[in-house]
Write a protein that binds this ligand. Structure first.
Ligand SMILES: [Zn+2]
Length: 371
């Protein structure tokens, strides 16, 4: 196992590399000599590389940046929904190499594990360095405590899948995993605190404070999805009027537009109709945009973190109603408060699967040995 300072070095280069030695000593609070000593075993083992001398412009001093060696590690991230799995192959920085989706004919844990093994084959990775799996539900110590879409209760899925695929498996709640990916490799890189709001089949909420993702049992319960956002909205399955699910989930938006137009309308078509100016679709989408803006503002107001990453497979809503979302944010924000920095991850299911890969990458750093 790595010491704490070795781990900090590995993380800093992974997240911020290529990074100059001077930037590293500042970031890690080390002397140049200590950094040289700390980095040596990583360089000797070919995990890190020293790039060619370049100048940072200040009196021509050499910078000699450090970076992760190219080709170190290949990872798989898998997002499970009730109907399908979405898998990605990534490099050690969770950059996308390939992706595949497969329907789930059965959600029995053994069948899902077999389907993941097929997806890994399809991705062409014979022996990945790690596999990460994310699910909507509560996850504790590599067990799924409760995942309603999969109808799982207390399933030791990491262990089960490790037997099938023969490599280390990391299991995490999907919102936590997504927040980890945004924090280490995504739009939240370098931002100490931010909220994550996802829209799609469901509505999810995650939180990063002081550079760490908030991980609690509550994080897996999806409570933010039922935050009340509108007094006049439709009712969710649990009976809340105008909650986040009722206002923002793709199923609720398509159901409202379908009811108005008296024909079945899918989510994507509902957004297209709104963009084209259909009044019924526009009214539903505008109300959703108002609710999303309120959600962003409330999240910032309550957590005191004025930055939000928006993600999820339903982000098309933001594309057709961005101005309305931004006005709604302003309406619920004190003008003396910092403006909210809004980051939009529009990579849909890829964002979820990359989240799972990021968790596998973090676990691989924790497993690293230098002896
Ligand atoms: Zn609700």
């Amino acid at each position: 196992m790595l010491t704490d300072s070795e781990k900090a070095l590995a993380r800093a280069v992974l997240i911020h590399g290529p990074i100059s030695r001077s930037a590293l000593t500042t970031r890690l609070g080390l002397s140049p000599a200590s950094l040289t000593r700390l980095a040596k075993p990583f360089l000797d083992r070919g995990l890190l590389v020293e790039l060619d001398d370049t100048s940072d412009g200040s009196v021509g001093r050499p910078v000699r940046p450090l970076d992760v060696a190219p080709g170190v590690g290949r990872f798989v991230g898998v997002k499970l929904t009730g109907e399908a799995l979405h898998a990605v192959a990534t490099d050690v920085r969770a950059s996308l190499l390939d992706s595949v989706s497969r329907p789930l004919a059965s959600t029995a844990p053994g069948d899902v594990a077999a389907e993941i093994a097929r997806a890994i084959d399809e991705l062409g990775l014979t022996e990945p360095s790690g596999v990460g799996v994310s699910v909507g539900g509560s996850v504790r110590q590599d067990r799924v405590e409760y995942a309603p879409f999969l109808h799982w209760e207390d399933v030791p899925f990491a262990e089960l899948l490790e037997h099938v695929v023969g490599v280390p498996v990391s299991l995490e709640n999907d919102l936590v995993a997504l927040a980890e990916a945004e924090r280490w490799f995504g739009l939240g890189r370098g931002i100490p605190g931010f909220t994550v709001i996802t829209i799609g089949a469901g509505v999810g909420y995650g939180l990063v404070v002081h550079g760490e993702v908030v991980r609690s049992r509550e994080a897996g319960l999806g409570l933010g999805g039922h935050l009340p956002l509108s007094a006049n909205g439709p009712v969710c399955q649990e009976g809340h009027r105008g909650c986040a699910q009722a206002m923002l989930s793709s199923g609720s938006i398509s159901a409202q537009v379908s009811a108005s137009l008296q024909r079945p309308v899918e989510y994507a078509e509902a957004l297209d109709l709104a963009a084209a100016g259909d009044p019924a679709a526009r009214a539903v989408v505008d109300a959703a945009a108002d609710a999303l803006g309120r959600f962003v503002a409330l999240a910032a107001n309550l957590t005191l973190q004025p930055a939000t990453v928006l993600a999820g497979e339903g982000m098309g809503l933001f594309a057709v109603a961005e101005d309305r979302v931004r006005s709604a944010i302003d309406a619920d924000r004190d003008p003396r408060a910092d403006p909210i920095q809004l980051y939009v991850d529009d990579t849909a299911f890829t964002a979820w699967a990359r989240g799972a890969a990021a968790v596998a990458i973090q676990a691989a750093v924790d497993r690293l040995r230098l002896d």
